[in-house]
Every structure is written in structure tokens, then in C-alpha cells.
Design a protein around this ligand. Sequence first.
Ligand code: SF4
Length: 311
Amino acid sequence: MLPWRVDKNHKHKLYYRLLSEFMLQQTQVKTVLPYFSKFLKHYPTLKSLSQAQERAILKLWEGLGYYRRAKNLLKSSKHLAKIKYELPDSLDEVKKLPGVGTYTANALLAFIHDKPTLAVDGNVRRVFSRILNTEETEINFEKLIKLNKKKIFIKKRNSDVVEAFMEFGAIICKPKNPECNSCKIKKKCNYFKSKKLKKVNLRKNIKNKKINVFCYLNKKKQIGLTKKSNVGFLKNFVLPEIKIRQKNLSKEWNLLLNYNQNISNKKFNINLYYKFTKKIPGDFKWYNINNKNEMIPSFTKKILNKIEKIL
Ligand code: SF4
């Protein structure tokens, strides 16, 4: 039983759901679990979270990636503090919470207020796509759910329906090798009945990226880092220069090593380069390599540990 799947009457159900919805965005359950426990230990209630400092939240989030989620989680808790920690009951109002889009808003409305709203994620898309034996891209999910509301939802158990869809997609109607033989709805499933099965869009969970990381170093044991990087997953944090790998590279850069690092649903293959220089680009600042400030993300810290050995 996952810790955020609590009883409908649980006094902290909004907090647990909010926390899990933010943490689970583009991140697997097994990665999230220790962070979820850590947050509850430091901030046992939504109220305590809403009174926290951003710096402390980012520190706890360290290693989970996509730090914008942590900032939005805190902003959302502060927003909820202004309305007595009650989730509004309309989609438009819930979407006013920072970082909450249609998917999360629908999930929260179903889980907290038992509303007949389905959060359409990869699992739900795949299940419908198979039942109809139609490509995901050809299905208008919003219209489909609206037209079949009475068939899909069960009064007073809408949150269970949403949960069941997610579980069904993860355990039975899996992306690869669905358990069709033991599936209770196989007689109604066009994918199962079809002799000529259509290819179902399988969303790749892991994206591979090859990148080059360039470290400007000087003789004072300093490294040039910038906050103005265009790397989406670590925006506003200090990073060395990062570029998608290209074939032709200036000879002034020395290759230190190649390694792999996973961040959320991305697998990075990193070529780590360095050069000694007195000049750094305008948006960069020198940082002492031993000053592993708490605001430096773990992605950069790992690089500092590797670079430290040649200084
Ligand atoms: S029969 Fe197979 S493909 Fe169809 S819904 Fe069940 S598990 Fe999915």
C-alpha cells in the first residue's frame, strides 16, 4: 500500500495527495518513496509545509530533480493556507495552484472531493487505446470521458475508479506484454479480439541523452558556473556549460571521463571536459570547488567531486 493512498476520511489526505502528485511528475514510485517519508518527517502537516522556507524545501528535494516542482509545491501550500487548507471544488480554481495543470487538478478533484474526473495519464491513454483498438493520437479523451461518464464512474466511489484505472494500466494492461488472459474485461476489449492488432503507442519511460559538460577551471581551485543555462530540468541552478553532444569539438577542451547519470526519466551519457583559463563567459561566475554550497544541485556536486581530483 502506497503511503499516499489513505482512507477517504484521513485528516491529511489533501497534503499526502498534493505531495505525491508533485513528486510523481516524471518520476517513478520507487524513487519517490524515500523522499515522501523524508518530507513527512520534517513537515508532518500541510500547515507546517506552508510555513517552510524555500531553501529548506529545495535541500530536502535534492536528488529528485526538476526543482521547479519543489518551488511550486511550496507555493501551492501557501496558496492553500490562504483558503484554510481546503481544496476548491472546481477545476478552474484548483488549476490556480502553482504547478497544477489539468491532469493533477483532475486527480486531486477525484481523490479529495470524489468528483467524476479522470486524470488522463499514459496508463489511462493506453487502456482506452487498447479497449478501442485505436491509436492514442486518434482518440479525443476529453470527449470520450464526457460521453461515457455514466458508464465509467460509480457514485461515491469516483476516487476508487481513478485509482483502479491507474492500477489496471500499471499491473494488468501493461505497456509491454499485457496480462490479457487473466484480464476481466477481455471480452469487451477490441485489442484482444482483434486478429490484426494495431500498434499501440508505447510511451518510452526513459529518454537517453548524450551531452558534453564543459568545466572552466583556474589555478585557484575554482570552477566557472552559470545560472543562465537553458537546461530545463535544472533551470536557475548553478551549472557548468552543457551542450548536446556534437562531433566536432575544439581541441582546447580535455576529456576527463565519460559516465552515465539518471535524472528522473532521463538517462544522460556525459562526456566531462575541462580546460584551465582565466576568462569565463559573461554569464558565468567563479565558485570555489570546495565550497559545496547547499544550493548547488546534486548534478553539479557530482561534477565537482570528479573535477576536484585534477586540481
Ligand atoms: S484484454 Fe489485454 S489489452 Fe485488453 S484491456 Fe485487458 S489487458 Fe488490456
